[in-house]
Write a protein that binds this ligand. Sequence first.
Ligand code: ADP
Ligand code: MG
Ligand code: MG
Length: 252
Amino acid sequence: MLEINNLHVKLEDEDKQILKGLSLTVEPGSVHAIMGPNGSGKSTLSYVLSGRDGYEVTDGTATLDGEDLLDAEPEERAARGLFLAFQYPVEIPGVGNMTFLRTALNAQRKARGEAEISSGDFLKLVRAKAKDLKIDAEMLKRPVNVGFSGGEKKRNEILQMAMLEPKMCILDETDSGLDVDAMKLVSDGVNALRAPDRAFLVITHYQRLLDHIKPDVVHIMAAGRIVKSGGPELALEVEKNGYADILAEVQA
Ligand code: ADP
Ligand code: MG
Ligand code: MG
């Protein structure tokens, strides 16, 4: 599904190489986790995959279902089923949550050459999904993320994901702000959306998140590359011993 090969990325404005030969294959139906010390390039990877400005790909490829991702506009990537949930959800004063969701859904449909969703169908859909996620009607009317608690923002992020029905979901979760309740929201949301034709890439530095999500594969990232991959036991090893042992072993 997602195939990244030898990806090299530098900052556009600075002579600073951040990703240095990252390769990764995520199969449909699977959940992959990326862990790694601060500054190893985890967020940069999610930004580059989403098409954010400021980064330059100097080598390597990334494809979704065999089609190049890196040359596509961000909207085109979303239309093809890529979804990114970010560590700092954006607040959009003056734009109601429902309006935002409807706009995002219609942008995706338009890019796919599909007709806009009718008001009636949209309302039915958003109410059903919100109910599944225990989001009340009040929250759907408020401006996007404005004044939302940390938990509400997480719930909203999962709602966005549920509405867009992406096939490749990337979640970049920093440690800060992810308390036990928020962690449970994220993991329940991911678990509820798991499907044979959908895959997840969960970026975290917290082993505990992975207790609830149960990844199929865990990757350790350091200095811009994946240095080790394994099963869920790799996350437990990190929790117990930190990264030092793994990094020493890789460098040896
Ligand atoms: P992680 O998410 O693993 O903590 P990041 O991808 O945020 O790592 O950052 C990787 C490295 O690149 C860090 O050294 C960070 O300071 C640097 N970096 C990332 N983006 C920028 C930027 N826009 N300007 C300057 N340095 C950046
Ligand atoms: Mg960081
Ligand atoms: Mg980060």
